[in-house]
Design a protein around this ligand. Structure first.
Ligand code: FMN
Length: 136
């Protein structure tokens, strides 16, 4: 916002159609489809640091939201480091397996949804305009 002070450029106008929210963004090696970021949100629902079905649904539906980046809730690297008993942890094998399940399934759902979207008539029309092929 610093470069907005005293300036009346389209870039600083929140009502301008030139807002960059839906523009891709590169952060180092990370390529984001847009600039919508889901903030980390403790769910206080882990059992001994391990995520369960609640996390699968919560993170799974956020993964399908279309946001460019999702940040996982606070995850303690030691049991003593948790703020509450319901915090996520990554200090034993059960924690690791639980996170792998939840994050793996969320990521797979997101990829398959992207594939579905790229096969809609509208997506095909966009691809045709861009001159890029869409697999059948
Ligand atoms: C219920 C709840 C849980 C949160 N859990 C975390 C968390 O696990 N890790 C973290 O860094 N921030 C956590 N936050 C902070 C949010 O990610 C966010 O930074 C904060 O709500 C301010 O967001 P805003 O700047 O968009 O208003 C939590 C906030 C809320 C309300």
């Amino acid at each position: 916002m610093a470069d907005c002070v005293g300036a009346r450029s389209a870039r600083c106008d929140p009502f301008s159609m030139t807002a960059h929210l839906f523009d891709p963004l590169r952060l180092g090696s990370l390529a984001l489809a847009n600039r919508i970021v889901i903030a980390p949100m403790c769910q206080y629902s882990a059992v001994d640091g391990t995520p369960g079905d609640w996390h699968l649904i919560h993170l799974g539906h956020l993964a399908l939201s279309g946001a460019g980046l999702m940040i996982l809730e606070a995850t303690a690297v030691s049991a003593e480091g948790r703020i509450t008993a319901g915090d996520l942890g990554l200090y034993d094998d059960a924690n690791e397996a639980g996170l792998a399940r939840v994050l793996g399934r969320s990521a797979r759902s997101r990829r398959s949804r992207s594939r579905c979207r790229s096969r809609t008539p509208a997506a095909r029309a966009r691809a045709a305009r861009r001159g890029t092929a869409v697999r059948k």
